[in-house]
Design a protein around this ligand. Structure first.
Ligand code: ZN
Length: 189
């Protein structure tokens, strides 16, 4: 099977039309087909599109960042968290030192306790992507091996060995909304 690397620009809105994220004005996003680098519904919508094509892709939450899971909202003693200073509802931080640690959102502050929500910030949100395909090319052997797209600078971890382990290497705005955590990674939002 031939797998492609697709490079595209996107604007992401919720169903009310509010812009949540966009690559316009920055670098376009590249992903390797079938590697779960971007959300499922968007990959489906981009499949088969050629360079230069503009399209609107509606992605229901279930094929985006998933439905909300209320059991992921938990009460935690503030003192147990490695966070300094004032904490207020809406604050977000990583639940661990690892760059892939989940992002938690503070839903409430009640005395010594915080209500922490480990759902993805976009869980339960229906997404509207406006995309423009910049380029489509066949993936290299290395990319298929690594399970992610390489940019012109090569693999995310620099020349030589790829430091990531395939599928969980989710840089690319549409999936994690951040860079891959490696200092020389070319992907930034
Ligand atoms: Zn790589």
């Amino acid at each position: 099977m031939i797998r492609n690397v697709v490079t595209f620009h996107y604007t992401l809105r919720d169903t009310a039309g509010q812009v949540l994220d966009a690559s316009i004005g920055g670098e376009p996003v590249s992903f390797l087909e079938g590697a779960s680098q971007i959300v499922e519904g968007l990959e489906e919508g981009l499949r088969g599109l050629n360079a230069g094509v503009k399209a609107k892709v509606g992605v229901p939450a279930a094929k985006g960042y998933g439905e909300r899971d209320e059991s992921q909202v938990q009460r935690v003693l503030k003192a147990l968290l490695p966070v300094e200073g004032d904490i207020k509802p809406g604050d977000q931080f990583r639940a661990g030192a690892d760059a892939f640690a989940p992002i938690v959102t503070v839903r409430g502050v009640e005395g010594d306790e915080l209500l922490l929500d480990a759902n993805h910030p976009l869980a339960g949100v229906d997404l509207e992507f406006e995309v423009e395909v910049v380029a489509v090319r066949a993936a290299t052997e290395k990319e298929c091996e690594h399970g992610h797209a390489h940019d012109v600078a090569g693999c995310c971890s620099g020349p030589g060995e790829c430091g990531s382990s395939g599928g969980d290497h989710n840089h690319g705005a549409a999936k994690e909304g951040g860079d891959c955590g490696k200092p020389d990674c070319g992907y930034k939002n």
